[in-house]
Each structure stands twice: as structure tokens, then as C-alpha cells.
Design a protein around this ligand. Structure first.
Ligand code: GDP
Ligand code: MN
Ligand code: MN
Length: 254
């Protein structure tokens, strides 16, 4: 199998209400069942998810956490406003967002955002954003493609950051190997491969983190197209999440 992946050139700075699907279709020739990988940063910008820090009013809780982490209390407040649950306050703020993703600072970013006082929230409903872009691409080209929205995330236990999928459409989150056999006829019992994270990780190499201006990657030849899907398949159910339980219990012991 041979796979081609490339970053789309000449994407402008994205502003609120920009039509990412249309911009993409003008700059590239998509083929059936291509995978379109898009950085959440530009999806958020197109959805107007920029907040000037000056407009955020911080609560006592935000001030306490900000003090411990040497952070801006208004930034901490913005994180708390996006969160359902705090798993760890310090030395960094680890939360479960309203969409169920567990990540540092609710994925709120300063980098690659115009204006020194502005912060960028993640898309409100990344699966819905992915589906909207997928449907628009179909409208403009008649081609059915998979869409993966990514963000750069740190990982527990390992240094360094990688791309992670935060919203998907037209592709299953996982490829299930359970029930199939290994080389020696043993039946696999656990393996459920998180393919959209693997795709996000690879596409992130081509996007880069800095001033590359390459927020969209097209992957041709993998063909993982599937109609129904959602990123929630990757979110560990609360009662099975051992690490989350340990963190929360530790917090309440204090
Ligand atoms: P994140 O991983 O989604 O948080 O996004 P990054 O800040 O790491 O940016 C990923 C890539 O998108 C980098 O190559 C950035 O230069 C690029 N990028 C970010 N915003 C824009 C934009 O508005 N227009 C263009 N053309 N590129 C952008
Ligand atoms: Mn980000
Ligand atoms: Mn990034």
C-alpha cells in the first residue's frame, strides 16, 4: 500500500465566518475518500472562538489556581468556563471539557492567534464542525471525504507533544482488531487501534507548530471512509478511567 500526504499551500489567515471547505476546495483537488486533516486552530478562528482576555472576569477559584500556577487569572477563568470537571489544579490545569475531552487548559491556545491579548478556545462541538466541513466539501465537489480535526496535545507519561484527533466525520475513530487472529492463530482480545489519533499525529508532522501556515493536510490512499462516527468513542468511560479516579481522589484528600 502506498499513501500520499501533503500540506495544502497558500491558505490565508483565517477569520471569523470564513468557509474553510470553500478555501480548501479552491486550493486543492480532492479525490473520493481522501482524508482531510485540519488544525483546530483554524476551525476555531472560523467559528469566532477568539476571546480578548480583557473581557474575562475571574472568580476567586481562578485567582487561587492562577496564583499556584503563575498564570493569568483571566486565562484560568476561561479554562474553567470551558470545563466540566477539574482533574488537577497544579502545577498545570488538567480538565475535562464540556465535550468530554481531558486535556491541559481545555485546549485554549495563545499561539498562532492574532492580537497579544487574545486567546483561542477549541471549537464548541468539534464533531459537528468536522461534519459541517465534510458536508460543504461534498456540496462543492461531489466528493465524499473523511475529515479529522486535530489539536497538539501533551501526553501523560511521555515527553513531547503530538497531534490528537478532537473531532471527526466520515471516518471511524478506531479500527477494531478484536476477534481477529495474530500470526500464530491467537485471537486478539484487546487491540482497538485509535486510527484517527495516528492520522492526527502524522498530519501534525506536516503542519508543524510554528509559522508554517500549513493548517490543512490531505492524505490520499488510506481509505478509511465510514459514514457514522464520533470522537467520543475515544473518551474512556468515567467508571473505567483509573487515572482520572486517582487524580480526583487525591484532590479531595487535600
Ligand atoms: P493547533 O495544533 O491546532 O493548536 O495549531 P497550531 O498553532 O499548532 O498551528 C498548526 C499549523 O497551522 C501551523 O503550520 C500554523 O502556522 C498554521 N496556522 C495557524 N493558524 C493559521 C491561519 O489562520 N492560517 C494559516 N494559513 N495557517 C495557520
Ligand atoms: Mn492548539
Ligand atoms: Mn499544533
Amino acid at each position: 500500500m502506498s499513501v500520499i500526504a501533503f500540506a495544502v499551500g497558500n491558505i490565508p489567515l483565517i477569520k471569523a465566518n470564513d468557509d474553510i471547505a470553500r478555501i480548501l476546495c479552491e486550493k486543492s483537488e480532492l479525490k473520493r475518500h481522501d482524508i482531510v486533516v485540519i488544525s483546530s486552530t483554524i476551525v476555531s478562528k472560523s467559528e469566532g472562538r477568539i476571546i480578548p482576555l480583557g473581557t474575562v472576569k475571574s472568580t476567586e477559584m481562578a485567582k487561587t489556581i492562577a496564583d499556584k500556577n503563575k498564570n493569568d487569572p483571566r486565562f484560568v477563568q476561561a479554562v474553567l468556563d470551558e470545563s466540566e470537571e477539574v482533574l488537577l489544579e497544579s502545577p498545570f490545569l488538567l480538565v475535562r471539557t464540556k465535550t468530554g475531552s481531558i486535556c491541559v487548559n481545555a485546549g485554549i491556545d495563545h499561539s498562532n492567534v492574532e492580537g497579544s491579548d487574545n486567546i483561542l478556545l477549541l471549537p464548541e462541538d468539534p464533531d459537528a464542525s468536522a461534519l459541517k466541513i465534510k458536508d460543504s466539501i461534498f456540496k462543492y465537489t461531489g466528493k465524499k471525504v473523511s475529515v479529522v480535526i486535530t489539536d497538539t496535545n501533551g501526553r501523560a507519561f511521555r515527553m513531547g507533544q503530538t497531534g490528537a484527533a478532537i473531532g471527526i466525520a466520515g471516518i471511524r475513530a478506531t479500527r477494531d482488531w478484536r476477534g481477529t487472529e495474530d500470526l500464530f492463530g491467537r485471537v486478539l482480545e484487546v487491540k482497538n487501534e485509535a486510527v484517527v489519533d495516528e492520522i492526527a499525529g502524522f498530519a501534525n508532522i506536516l503542519m508543524g507548530e510554528g509559522n508554517g501556515g500549513t493548517p490543512i493536510v490531505i492524505i490520499h490512499g488510506l481509505n478509511l471512509y465510514h459514514e457514522s462516527c464520533g470522537i467520543k468513542e475515544l473518551y474512556r468511560p468515567e467508571d473505567e478511567d483509573v487515572i482520572r479516579r486517582v487524580l480526583i481522589n487525591k484532590k479531595y484528600e487535600k
